[in-house]
Design a protein around this ligand. Structure first.
Ligand code: AMP
Length: 233
C-alpha cells in the first residue's frame, strides 16, 4: 500500500458517498471510522456498547479508541496477499483531531509511508444542514437517500430491498448542529495544517455527485501513482 488519501470535509459534504464511489473505481481500501463505529454499535460489540451514547450525542469518540481501530484496519489491509494488494487507503472521517492527525503520521512513518493527498470537500453550512436533516438510511442495506434531493420511489421505503428508511440518531437537528460546530473547532484546523505541508487539494462539493467524484479522482491521480481500475467506469 503506498497511497494514503484523506477526505476532509464537514458532515454532509458527501465524504461517505464519494469514498464509496472512488474506492470502487480505484484499487483502494476504505477506512471510514463512522462506518466502523456504526457497525460496532449495530453488532453490540464491547466497543459498540462503550461508544453508543457518545455517538448518539454527536460527540467524538476518544482518540485512543479511534486510532487503535484505524491501525487495526490498516494492519489487516496490509496483510492481504500480493494478488489482492491494494494501491492504498482512503480515509473518510479520520483524522478528526490534531492528536489523530499526529497518530496517523506516526503509524504511516512506522511503515515507511506518508500521506499522499488531503482532499478538502467544501460545501456551505446551509447546504450541509439541509442535506443532513433530510438524510434517511435503509435499515437493512444502508443505502442513503435524501427526502429532498434523492427521495425513494415510495416514501420511507428502500428502492433496493424494501427496508424501512430511518434517520441516523446523530442526524437530529441538535446533534447536527453539535457535529458541525465540532468540525469547525477540531477538524477544520487540520486543513490548514495539511495545507502548510502542501498536501491539500480543495474541491467544490456543492455540485452534482458525478462531477465531485471526477474531481476527487483527478486529484488523486495527479498526486499519486494509484492506477484507476477502469477510468471509464
Ligand atoms: P461520520 O459517519 O463520519 O459522520 O461519523 C459519525 C460519528 O462517529 C461521529 O459523530 C463520531 O461520534 C464518530 N466518529 C467517526 N469518526 C470519528 C473520529 N475520527 N474520531 C472520533 N469520533 C469519530
Amino acid at each position: 500500500m503506498t497511497a494514503h488519501i484523506i477526505l476532509l470535509g464537514p458532515q454532509g459534504s458527501g465524504k461517505g458517498t464519494q469514498s464509496e464511489r472512488v474506492r470502487a473505481r480505484m484499487n483502494l481500501a476504505s477506512i471510514a471510522t463512522g462506518e466502523l463505529f456504526r457497525s460496532a454499535i449495530k453488532g453490540e460489540t464491547e466497543l459498540g456498547k462503550r461508544i453508543k451514547a457518545i455517538y448518539d450525542r454527536g460527540e467524538l469518540v476518544p482518540d485512543d479508541i479511534t486510532v487503535a481501530l484505524v491501525e487495526e484496519r490498516l494492519d489487516s489491509h496490509s496483510r492481504q496477499g500480493p494478488q489482492t494488494e491494494l494501491a492504498g487507503a482512503l480515509y473518510d472521517g479520520f483524522p478528526r483531531t490534531a492528536a489523530q492527525a499526529q497518530a496517523l503520521d506516526e503509524m504511516l512513518a512506522r511503515r515507511g509511508e506518508e500521506i499522499t493527498v488531503a482532499i478538502a470537500i467544501d460545501v456551505p453550512r446551509e447546504t450541509l444542514i439541509e442535506r443532513l436533516s433530510g438524510r434517511r438510511v435503509c435499515s437493512v442495506c444502508g443505502r442513503v437517500y435524501n427526502v429532498v434531493s434523492d427521495p425513494p420511489e415510495q416514501a420511507g421505503i428502500c428502492n433496493v430491498d424494501g427496508g424501512q428508511l430511518i434517520q441516523r440518531a446523530d442526524d437530529t437537528p441538535e446533534a447536527v448542529a453539535k457535529r458541525l460546530d465540532l468540525y469547525e473547532l477540531e477538524t477544520a484546523p487540520l486543513v490548514g495544517r495539511y495545507a502548510e505541508r502542501g498536501l491539500v487539494v480543495h474541491i467544490d462539493g456543492d455540485r452534482p455527485i458525478d462531477e465531485v467524484t471526477d474531481a476527487v479522482i483527478a486529484a488523486i491521480m495527479e498526486r499519486s501513482a494509484a492506477p484507476a481500475r477502469d477510468a471509464s467506469a
